[in-house]
Design a protein around this ligand. Structure first.
Ligand SMILES: Nc1nc2c(c(=O)[nH]1)N[C@@H](CN(C=O)c1ccc(C(=O)N[C@@H](CCC(=O)O)C(=O)O)cc1)CN2
Length: 283
């Protein structure tokens, strides 16, 4: 069996076309969504993600700005920028690219983003809103994974292994999958005999960053495999899954690159559009 490919680039392209139409309608009513991204430092991968978000926003008709601070920027500088952006009515959505340099507390920064502009959904207020089922911004990678999974059919009753317990991916995606009536097992670095257990699951979502972690023998015939890993090995970007072998066993599989990543950026745009609508009482 060769798996069906969940082509993130294609799915993202269709989704962004829908967003572009909605942006157009908002602009006809005098509302232009703006995404502003703060980045501190010069990490190559982070800069590239930030530029991708900026370009993607402009491509669908939004405006977008990057606030680029030095590697040795202080926490106060970041907080001052956030205060300015929180109070700027032209800014719909703000996100702070993580990781931040060591001298800056991520916790302090994330709790200083105005919740109604926090399009990453990382602030404690929005995390709380998500867990209590209130209207909020859902973190972009989990939301992107859910969009990909829509293409595979219903998740009701499925047994799902989520590997990785980060606040950005593992924990929120476990919550969203549970909301779809799946039975979710959250695995992590202290899970005993983890890969041996995986063959019992209908869906595997791996967000570890450990190339080659998941091999074909760990995958149940026909299972859905979502690879959130993004690790550079030499000059190649690879996921957690041994893709070439796994695709002969799985029913559906995401590639890396071109799987979850493009959906993450798409969901930043989705959330920025929502922010612009909500600020203007459109929905
Ligand atoms: N504030 C945030 N910081 C970070 C987030 C986030 O959601 N918000 N997530 C990651 C990085 N990230 C977005 O910021 C991100 C990672 C990867 C991709 C992506 O499209 N990857 C491509 C490959 C890109 C390449 O070729 O280099 C793919 O998988 O196809 C997008 C966004 C941590 N920080």
């Amino acid at each position: 069996m060769t798996a069906n490919l969940l082509n993130g680039r294609e799915i993202a392209k269709d989704y962004r076309a829908g967003l572009a139409e909605e942006v157009e309608k908002l602009k006809e009513n005098g509302i232009t969504p703006n995404l502003t991204v703060i980045i501190a430092g010069n990490d190559g991968a982070s800069l590239s993600y930030v530029r991708s978000k900026n370009r993607a926003a402009e491509k669908i008709g939004m405006t977008s700005d990057i606030v680029h601070l030095d590697e040795d920027a202080t926490e106060d500088e970041v907080l001052e920028e956030l205060d300015r952006l929180n109070n700027d009515d032209n800014v719909s959505g703000i996100l702070v690219q993580v990781p931040l340099p060591d001298q800056i507390s991520e916790e302090k920064v994330l709790e200083s983003i105005a919740p109604h502009k926090d399009v990453d959904g990382f602030s404690p207020v929005n995390i709380g809103r998500m867990y209590t089922g209130q209207r909020t911004f859902i973190p972009c990678t989990p939301l992107g994974i859910m969009e990909l999974l829509k293409h595979t059919g219903s998740l009701e009753g499925k047994d799902i292994a989520v590997i990785g317990r980060s606040h950005i991916v593992g924990q929120p995606v476990a919550k969203l999958l549970t909301d779809q009536n799946a039975t979710v097992t959250l695995m992590h670095s202290r899970t005993k005999n983890m890969t041996d257990k995986l063959s019992g699951f209908d869906v595997i979502v791996s967000a570890v960053g450990s190339p080659g972690l998941i091999k074909a023998e760990h995958i149940k015939d026909g299972a859905i495999v979502i690879d959130v890993g993004n690790t550079m090995v030499g000059d190649k970007l690879v996921g957690d899954v041994d893709f070439d072998a796994a695709k002969e066993k799985a029913g559906w599989i995401t590639p890396v690159p071109g799987g979850v990543g493009p959906l993450t950026i798409t969901m930043v745009l989705n959330n920025t559009l929502l922010a612009a609508k909500w600020h203007n009482g459109v929905e």
